[in-house]
Design a protein around this ligand. Structure first.
Ligand SMILES: CC(C)(COP(=O)(O)OP(=O)(O)OC[C@H]1O[C@@H](n2cnc3c(N)ncnc32)[C@H](O)[C@@H]1OP(=O)(O)O)[C@@H](O)C(=O)NCCC(=O)NCCS
Length: 188
């Protein structure tokens, strides 16, 4: 089942990053990375066409309390996001029905790709999911054409569950792969 989530007041740290809830003052940073074509499109959302659009997304992040800003420690700049989302019970199957589960999603500013930052952030978020939220499993996944996210999944050790088709927020269909990290397989 989908565990209830409220990330208010959460602050997680890694060597290079801080993960914390989005704030209204993050608008310019969010727009700066979300407006770049080819970032959101790999995660199923269209790049932002205006700051007004980013403002609406930011308001949603703040209201829904399930998304963390990924902040570069050195500069204090918001460079991405991690969402602890609802998972697809249809694709996970009955095995997970009695367990507490969520799905993790992430996106990083194109300027910061290739430095191992998102694996660092997702590992910290997984520790939080298992140790603090008490989850039993965290799902993930990626479009088959998204080599970068596949690599993040592999580096962290998510396990394959099934192929699936994702419907993007802009209405297209993408062939993808659905993966899971079970609590008992998580190496801290
Ligand atoms: C997926 C994503 C979060 C990876 O974050 P990251 O911090 O760059 O992750 P890594 O540094 O571990 O790099 C992962 C892979 O990306 C590829 N990569 C690295 N730099 C790259 C670049 N500048 N351009 C394209 N691909 C690149 C490499 O294959 C790398 O794997 P490797 O370490 O085995 O060489 C990031 O690419 C991103 O935000 N993509 C767009 C949104 C997205 O795909 N979200 C996930 C949806 S499921």
């Amino acid at each position: 089942m989908n565990a209830p989530i409220d990330l208010s007041g959460v602050r997680l740290e890694t060597d290079d990053l801080i993960l914390r809830p989005f704030e209204e003052t993050d608008l310019e940073d969010l727009y700066e990375y979300a407006r770049v074509p080819g970032v959101g499109e790999m995660a199923g959302w269209a790049h932002h066409k205006s700051m007004e659009e980013s403002k609406e997304v930011l308001a949603m992040f703040i209201r829904e309390k399930k998304t963390l800003a990924v902040v570069e420690k050195r500069s204090g700049k918001v460079i991405g996001s991690i969402g602890i989302e609802t998972y697809s019970q249809e694709h996970a199957g009955e095995e997970f029905q009695p367990l507490l589960c969520r799905d993790i999603g992430y996106a990083l500013s194109k300027d910061y790709w290739g430095k191992g930052l998102m694996p660092q952030a997702v590992k910290r978020a997984l520790n939080f999911c298992f140790d603090d939220l008490g989850l039993d499993a965290v799902f993930c996944g990626y479009f088959k054409r998204n080599h970068q996210s596949r690599r993040v999944n592999e580096k962290i050790g998510f396990q394959y569950i099934c192929d699936r088709v994702y419907t993007t927020r802009y209405g297209t269909q993408e062939d993808g792969v659905f993966t899971v990290m079970r609590k008992e397989n998580w190496q801290r």
